[in-house]
Design a protein around this ligand. Structure first.
Ligand SMILES: [Cu+2]
Length: 198
C-alpha cells in the first residue's frame, strides 16, 4: 500500500492530524493551531485545489457578485448612495428585453427597424432598454439609433451611412445590437454605486 506524503504525516504527527481535523471543522476559528503544528495547510476540505471553480451561479448572480466585490474593494464607495437593488432591477430589464420579448425586424433605408413587444412588466423593460441603449450608442461608429415607445414595447431604428452596414445591422438583430458597445459593466457599476447614469 502506498501512502501520500500528507497521509504519512497524519499517521506520524498527531499535531498535523489535529490541524487537518480542525480545518475540516468549519466552526473552529483556531487557525493558529495549523500554523503552530508546522503542517502544510492543504485546503482540501474546500475542494479548492482540485478544480478552479468560476461559476457563482446564473449570470445575474455572477454579475451582482462581481459588482459587489468592486464596490467593497473601492475605498471611495459611498454606501449612503450605493444601491445594489437598482442594479438587480436593471438586470431584470435586461432579462425581459432579451428573453421575454418578440422582435419583428423590418428593413428600412440604410438599416433596420426593430419592433419589440412584450407583456406585463416586460413592456416597461423593453422601453427602458431600448431608450437607454439608443441614447448611449447613438453616433457610435457612425450609426444612428432612434427609439420610441409603442403600446406593447418600443421601436428601435438603427441605420448607418455606410451601405455595407445595413446587412450587418440586420444580421445582428435586436439582441446583437443590444450587446454591442461594452458599456454594460461600467454602467452597472455606476447604477450600483449610485452615481449618475444616462
Ligand atoms: Cu445592462
Amino acid at each position: 500500500m502506498k501512502y501520500s506524503a500528507t497521509a504519512f504525516a497524519i499517521m506520524l504527527i498527531p499535531a498535523a492530524a489535529f490541524a487537518i481535523s480542525a480545518q475540516a471543522d468549519h466552526s473552529s476559528p483556531d487557525h493558529g493551531a495549523m500554523q503552530h503544528s508546522g503542517a502544510p495547510a492543504p485546503h482540501q476540505g474546500h475542494g479548492e485545489t482540485r478544480h478552479a471553480l468560476t461559476q457563482a451561479g446564473q449570470a445575474t448572480f455572477a454579475a451582482i457578485q462581481e459588482i459587489v466585490a468592486a464596490l467593497e474593494a473601492d475605498p471611495s464607495t459611498d454606501w449612503s448612495t450605493a444601491n445594489v437593488e437598482r442594479l438587480r432591477q436593471h438586470l431584470i430589464d435586461m432579462d425581459n428585453a432579451m428573453l421575454r420579448s418578440t422582435v419583428q425586424a423590418v428593413p428600412i433605408r440604410d438599416g433596420t427597424r426593430f419592433i419589440v413587444s412584450g407583456t406585463g412588466e416586460s413592456i416597461g423593460s423593453i422601453r427602458r432598454m431600448t431608450a437607454g441603449h439608443a441614447s448611449t450608442m447613438d453616433g457610435d461608429g457612425g450609426w444612428t439609433f432612434r427609439a420610441s415607445n409603442t403600446e406593447h414595447g418600443a421601436i428601435l431604428e438603427v441605420t448607418s451611412p455606410h451601405p455595407d452596414d445595413a446587412a450587418k445591422i440586420r444580421a445582428l438583430g435586436f439582441a446583437g445590437i443590444l450587446v454591442r458597445g461594452n458599456h454594460h459593466q461600467p454602467h452597472h457599476l455606476a447604477i450600483a454605486a449610485g452615481r449618475p447614469v444616462h
